[in-house]
Design a protein around this ligand. Sequence first.
Ligand code: ZN
Length: 438
Amino acid sequence: MLETALNAMAQQYLDLTLCKSRCDESDIQWYTEGPFWRRTNMRFSREYKILPDYEIGDMKHGKTLEDVLDECTHLKANLKLYKETARPDEMQRIDYIIDHVVNLHTRTRLLLGEKIPYNTMTDLMYGLVAPAYELKQFDDILGEMEQALPGSGSVQDKIARFRKKITVPPEKLLQVMTDGTKAFHDMSMENMTLTGNSMPRVRVRELADPKMEFLSILFGYDYNHLEYERNFNLLFNWTVDHIVECIGHEMEPGHLTYYEKRIQTYIDTGWPEMAVVSLYSSSSAFTEGSGRYVIDMCFDHSMDKKVDFEREYIFKKADLDMGLVELMPLWHQFSEMTGYGKLEASRRLWDGEWSLEEALAFLKQYGFVDKDTQTADIEKMACDMGHFTSHEHARDVVKEYFRSVTSSVEEEWRLYEKLCCAHMSMRGMQDKTYRIDF
Ligand SMILES: [Zn+2]
C-alpha cells in the first residue's frame, strides 16, 4: 500500500519530466518506456537524429511550464508529508525523488526566464556547488606548458600547435574508435557484471555541423541488450585525450553502462523514477562525474597505464608523432584545468560579472580555446551553463567520495556498479553523508 503511494508520486515526477521536455529539447538523456523497445521501421535519419532517441510523442503534451512548476510544488510537499511516517528503508528513495522534483522545478524556473545565481542554480539542479578556482592555478599550468611544449612563439600558439599534432586524421578515425571501443568494452566486462551485449556499433561520417562530436541512434533495448549505433563526426578535431574521454565516458563503462543498469533496475523494481535520466538533474551529474572518474579506474588510477593505452591504441594506430607521448601527462593536467577554467568562465558569465568578450578573452589567454574561437561559440557554451559543474566538479565529488569510502580499485568498481542502480545523492556524496552497502 505504502509503496503504491510512493510509486504514484514517482510516476507524477516522470510524467512532468516528459511534459517539460517539449520545451527543453536536450533534456531526456535516457528513457525506458517499458521492458522492451525497438524500432519497427526504417524511418530514421543518420543526418539529423540526436538525443533523445525516442519518439515520446503525446507523453510530452498536456502541461504548460506553469503547470509543471505548480505541480512540482505540490508534489514536493506531498513527498515531505509522506516522509514523516515513512519506513527507514524508504528514506533514500524518498530523498532521491524529492531531489529530482527540486531539480525539475529549478530547470522549469529557468525555462520561464527566472534568474538564479550560479551556485544556487547548480545546488538546486544537481545538488552541487563547485569551489572557486583561483587564477593562480591557471597561471601555474600555463607556465608549465610554456616550459614543456616544443617550438617557438607564444604559449597559446604552442598549445594550439600541440593540439593539432595530437589530432587523429579522419582516415584513421574509424580504426581508432573501433579498437578503442572494444578495449573499453573488455575493461568494463572485466570489472563489472554486465550482459556484454551492449557494445555500440561504431560508424564514422561527416555530420552537417562540424562542431557536433557524434550522433547516436538507439535501435532497441531489453533487459539483456542495448542496441546502439554511434556515428562519430569526421569533421570534428579528435585529439587523443578527447577520444579516450569520448569512448570511456560516453559509452562503456560510462553512460551506456549506466543506462543498461538503469533499465535493469527499472524492470527489477518497477520504480517509475528509474525510467528516466534528465540532463538537468543530480542523476545526470552522477553519470557525468562518474563517467569521467571510471576512466581512471580502468587504468588503476595510473597515469602511466593511461598513457600506455594512448600510445598503443591511438598514437601508433593513427601514425601520430610518438615523441609527443611523454607530454601527455602534462596535457591531461592542462585538460583538467581547461574544464575548471570553463567552469569559472560560465559562473562569471551567468552571474553577470563578465561579458561574453571578457569570458572569451580569459579562455584565449590561458589557451583553453583556440584563437579563432568567436563569441558565438561562447554563447553556445552558455546554453548549458551548469555543464562544467555537472561534469568537472561532479567528477571531483565522485573521486573524493570513492576515496573516502573504499580502499581498493576493486571496491571502487563494486561501489560504482551499485550506485548505477541506486537512489544516489550527489549532495550526500559531496558532504559524504550518503551511505550504501557494496
Ligand atoms: Zn556525458
